[in-house]
Design a protein around this ligand. Structure first.
Ligand code: ADP
Length: 280
């Protein structure tokens, strides 16, 4: 494993820094990628979702507050109606998201409900962050939900967002904007890889994980970031750019593999693998 982009420290110290980061973070935004919410057949991966929600609830019991930014509406839509899988047309894609958003929220509602926790849905588009009044209302709603112990589940308003007009573009960026707006302590992106590698780990078995990043431009010169998945809209570059955004506000970002059981608890205990981008 690579030491770090910007510094070279011992393994024990590194894990201790990750443990401290989790311990010190009270307000956490967690973005969940569509890759981990669906299995190889494009169906919703209930076990992964259940385990994630259990981990979030454990954080909440420890006094942490969380906001979820969740992808997966398209995947959930396909699983629900089992057609239009191959339709490329934007109308069908947005229709699938409209159907899937209900399924997705239903799943979160049931899973959090088992722990006695309510969820609230917030569908946002780029304009919401660009307009001062809307921005203020989003912030107030988020604070109210969180203060009352409700978990906000944020997603791009896919059925009205069109790339060229008003779309944030991907949930990595939406998550970063949400973390900044809320004044989060930590932003976590859960994808299907352990973190940023020097090459795409899906294509190269020898790819090495980069565990700590202090210098994003230096990182970008070191790695090959090509390739993205079928369902994911972001790819690794949008995750790195999301880190740049939050780091500028002093918010650290963790990229980890959300399909690994109890990954957040492991990281919080100073175990497990991830890439941590330390905020300035
Ligand atoms: P998500 O749906 O979770 O947002 P994406 O598919 O958008 O995930 O992005 C993650 C993917 O980026 C990984 O599954 C991996 O195949 C790809 N990737 C390309 N280059 C790299 C790299 N250098 N390090 C890690 N992942 C990479």
């Amino acid at each position: 494993m690579k030491e770090a982009c910007g510094a070279g420290f011992g393994k024990g110290k590194k894990m201790e820094r990750v443990r401290e980061l989790f311990e010190d973070s009270r307000k956490i935004v967690i973005k969940i990628g569509s890759n981990i919410l669906s299995d190889e057949n494009g169906n919703v991966n209930g076990n992964v979702m259940r385990n994630l929600v259990e981990q979030f609830c454990r954080f909440m019991k420890e006094g942490k507050r969380i906001i979820i930014v969740s992808s997966g509406a398209g995947v959930c839509g396909m699983a629900a109606i089992n057609k239009w899988r191959r339709k490329d047309d934007i109308n069908y894609k947005q229709a699938l998201c409209a159907i899937g958003q209900v399924e997705l929220m239903n799943a979160y509602k049931d899973l959090f409900g088992k722990h006695g926790i309510h969820v609230g849905q917030m569908l946002l588009s780029r304009e919401d962050f660009e307009d001062h009044v809307r921005d203020l209302h989003i912030r107030n709603t988020l604070f109210t939900l969180v203060d009352e112990g409700v978990v906000p589940v944020v997603n791009e308003n896919d059925s009205v967002s069109v790339e060229e007009i008003n779309s944030v573009g991907d949930n990595d960026t939406l998550g970063a904007l949400t973390a900044i707006l809320w004044g989060a302590d930590l932003f976590i992106i859960l994808s299907d890889i352990d973190g940023v590698y020097d090459k795409n780990p899906k294509n190269d078995a020898g790819a090495e994980l980069i565990e700590e990043v202090y210098d994003i431009d230096g990182l970008l010169m070191e790695i090959d970031a090509r390739g993205k998945s079928h369902f994911g809209t972001g790819g690794i570059l949008t995750k790195i750019e999301a880190a740049r955004r939050v780091n500028e506000y002093g918010i650290s970002m963790v990229l980890a593999n959300g399909s690994k059981e109890n990954i957040l608890q492991e990281l919080a205990e100073g175990r497990g693998k991830a890439t941590v981008f330390f905020g300035k």
